[in-house]
Write a protein that binds this ligand. Sequence first.
Ligand SMILES: *[C@@H]1O[C@H](CO)[C@@H](O)[C@H](O)[C@H]1NC(C)=O
Ligand SMILES: *[C@@H]1O[C@H](CO)[C@@H](O)[C@H](O)[C@H]1NC(C)=O
Length: 353
Amino acid sequence: MGKLMVLTLLGAGLALIGERVWMLRQKLNAFREVEPVDPHNCHLIEGIENGSEDIDILPSGLAFISSGLKYPGMPCFAPDEPGQIFMMDLNEQNPRVQALTISDGFDKASFNPHGISTFIDKDHTVYLYVVNHPHMESTVEIFKFEEQQHSLVHLKTIEHELLKSVNDIVVLGPEQFYATRDHYFTNFLSLLEMIMDLHWTYVLFYSPKEVKIVAKGFNFANGITISPDKKYVYVADVMDKNIHVMQIHGNWDLTQLKVIQLDTLVDNLAVDPDTGDIWAGCHPNAMKLFLYNHDDPPGSEVLRIQNVLSEKPSISTEYANNGSVLQGSTVASMYKRTLLIGTIYHRALRCVL
Ligand SMILES: *[C@@H]1O[C@H](CO)[C@@H](O)[C@H](O)[C@H]1NC(C)=O
Ligand SMILES: *[C@@H]1O[C@H](CO)[C@@H](O)[C@H](O)[C@H]1NC(C)=O
């Protein structure tokens, strides 16, 4: 009897795991192939080969690109190279990237940049905030940008017990930002979190005076950005394949207005400052991202969401590729007619639309 009981329980346990693994494959879109969408005027950016995970463009057309992310569970083809921040002036006829030098006194060898966000103060000084994972920890680094010297001067490292497993940030003011937390554990356990569908990651508000959780219940909170009028934030839940539209309140709390459901794993979000449209870098099939295969690499997909606040936002695919050109797109950022598309561990693409 006892043995039968154990066998029954074991069987039920295995069935549950089997069902969860099946669900995980569904969640990762393991069965999806992309239909190509090519705007025809796209070129790979020379000098970027080891990722371009996040891109932020200043109103002047200067783009910052974070490169060389080492992320648990994700392939990395340059494991021994420290991460870098590249700069590119999109006003140039044939823009070229340039790696920014980082001031001394900052541990460059363990630099592992992830989400980035820029901030311009009253004196027009430009600051770059970078989510960093030195030794797989999470910090937010604040740099001052010196345009003439093409350099970043490190000002401050922010650490906090709530700033764990940070994915992306959006700066609101001096030393003030929202950040997304993407998981609780690392490696294998974070896979378990995805399988178990725990929905326990969150959005955090940080300021020197107050640090608090302002939104929770995400399966895997990823990209975050703010609307041009600064009234709303948009949060991507990559595992739930959706974008949460949230209203900002006076005390920086967030309330959810709606969720835009998609059929692709949404990574970073950017807003076109001219139109207010959301541009989303997405993973059409995230299974191919984790289980990398040279002969069948992960593809790329860029979605544009217009009329975000209306009852029926319109969603269009602006770029899609099966990985033959661009693998594992994470971000799509617009400046005038120029679209920059970044990736986790592959190259970067510039399109003129
Ligand atoms: C990318 O990484 C590889 C392997 O470490 C290295 O040989 C190559 O120079 C890197 N490319 C760039 C553009 O940093
Ligand atoms: C990807 O698409 C290209 C043409 O667009 C095609 O030649 C290639 O075979 C495709 N690769 C895979 C793995 O499907």
